[in-house]
Ligand binder design. Structure first.
Ligand SMILES: C[S@@+](CC[C@H](N)C(=O)[O-])C[C@H]1O[C@@H](n2cnc3c(N)ncnc32)[C@H](O)[C@@H]1O
Ligand SMILES: [Zn+2]
Length: 381
């Protein structure tokens, strides 16, 4: 975590509801134990008010109310990047127990698994336009002409391209220069490459330790043990081709990535001009919490951007249906309705943006994404 980031953060500890305030939000003191220039690699943040301690491991600040549970549940990602000797003693026993139980599975939604991180790395950082090595083709033997054709036609025209169009519009309206930007569920951080020109500051947050560590490596030069690999023929392993990833250092100090839960962000409310959440809403058990939180963190008149392929689990879909008027028949309209109810006015909307995942030489996954931009107005519950 960069030393400059600490002033932006607040204590996310849940407290007994006193006068409607469910979160501590105390200021944090930084205790640095290992630092590379202005980046704290190991240390902790301590709340001035409730004294809760939040560890910084491998450069990643973990700002969640239950740190012990987080370390156990995310041990797969953490243990790839952080030596056991850096884990705070009070968590070590349970952490090592969980580490001994790690299993490599085929679970697609394990966002600490190297295989899944690799899919998002490709999705965020590899393009067809700038590819020097045709990474979608086989190094040995023939490649699928269909997969090659689809990648060449659609890979570079996913959600990031649409966001770029809207950012240009905000720029022309003078809403981008010096904007404070927050990204919820930022994953491996590739959207920052699209955002960086013109904005005032950026903070990305995500629950996945491995994703945040990779984002910090690629944009801040933070240490990242291990190689960045992508899949090829699965005979050679789940990932088998090394990709030389370009580190493109952020130019100012007001850029960082942290681990936290979007529903309890360690931040002051109403502090941001733009809040982006791409492809997060359909992972949530309570989808309405996303527009609510985007509204809480944005200043009045601030901009929310949301996108998703709406791959709901049935529990979430049921919740969503119960929040809708009978006239709403599609996921896109249902989510736009949630945002309107949370006080937003939808200003721009785009349907069926292609979003591709290269899973290996013989498997390409295609999603169709809905995205929109909305302006925070007065709450109209
Ligand atoms: C489908 S991925 C999308 C990543 C990235 N925004 C993109 O569009 O490529 C969803 C991301 O949301 C994160 N996530 C899920 N629940 C979260 C939560 N409660 N708080 C913060 N991040 C969360 C996951 O770790 C994952 O990185
Ligand atoms: Zn506190």
């Amino acid at each position: 975590m960069l030393t400059a980031t600490v002033s932006e953060l607040r204590c996310p500890q849940k407290i007994q509801k006193i006068k409607g305030k469910p979160t501590c939000f105390g200021h944090l003191d930084l205790h640095s134990r290992k630092q590379v220039k202005l980046d704290v690699i190991t240390g902790e943040l301590v709340c001035q008010k409730c004294k809760t301690q939040y560890p910084i491991l491998g450069g990643v600040a973990i700002l969640l109310s239950d740190v012990a549970a987080y370390l156990v549940h995310h041990v797969k990602g953490i243990s790839q990047l952080v030596p056991d000797s850096e884990i705070p003693k009070k968590y070590l026993r349970d952490y090592l127990f969980a580490k001994a139980e790690i299993e490599e599975g085929h679970i697609e939604d394990d966002l600490e698994a190297a295989r899944v991180i690799s899919l998002y790395f490709m999705n965020h950082y590899l393009t067809v336009k700038a590819a020097s090595n045709e990474w979608w083709k086989a190094e040995n033997g023939p490649s699928s002409p269909l997969i090659a054709k689809l990648i060449q036609e659609y890979w570079d025209h996913g959600p990031f391209e649409q966001i770029q169009v809207w950012l240009e519009k905000l720029n022309q309206n003078n809403q981008l220069p010096n904007a404070r930007v927050l990204e919820l569920g930022c994953g491996v951080g590739g959207l920052y490459s699209v955002l960086k020109s013109g904005i005032g500051s950026y903070l990305g947050l995500d629950q996945s330790f491995a994703s945040i560590a990779l984002a910090r490596h690629l944009h801040l030069g933070a240490p990242y043990p291990g190689k960045i690999m992508i899949p090829q023929d699965l005979l050679a392993g789940v990932t088998s081709r090394e990709m030389g990833a370009k580190i493109s250092l952020a130019q100012n100090q007001s850029v960082d990535w942290i681990v936290s839960d979007f529903a309890h962000p360690p931040l002051e409310f109403e502090g941001y001009d733009i809040c982006i959440a791409l492809n997060l809403i359909d992972m949530l058990d309570h989808p309405h919490e996303l527009p609510k939180m985007q509204s809480e963190v944005l200043k009045k008149g601030g901009i929310a951007i949301q996108s998703s392929p709406y791959i709901w689990n049935e529990r979430a879909a049921k919740q969503l249906r119960s929040h809708q008027p009978a006239s709403v028949k599609t996921s896109a309209k249902a989510v736009e309705h949630l945002y309107t109810k949370a006080g937003f006015r939808i200003s721009d909307s785009e349907e069926h943006i292609p979003w591709l995942f290269f899973k290996n030489l013989r498997q390409l996954e295609v999603y169709s994404v809905h995205a929109f931009m909305a302006v925070k107005g007065d709450r109209v519950q």
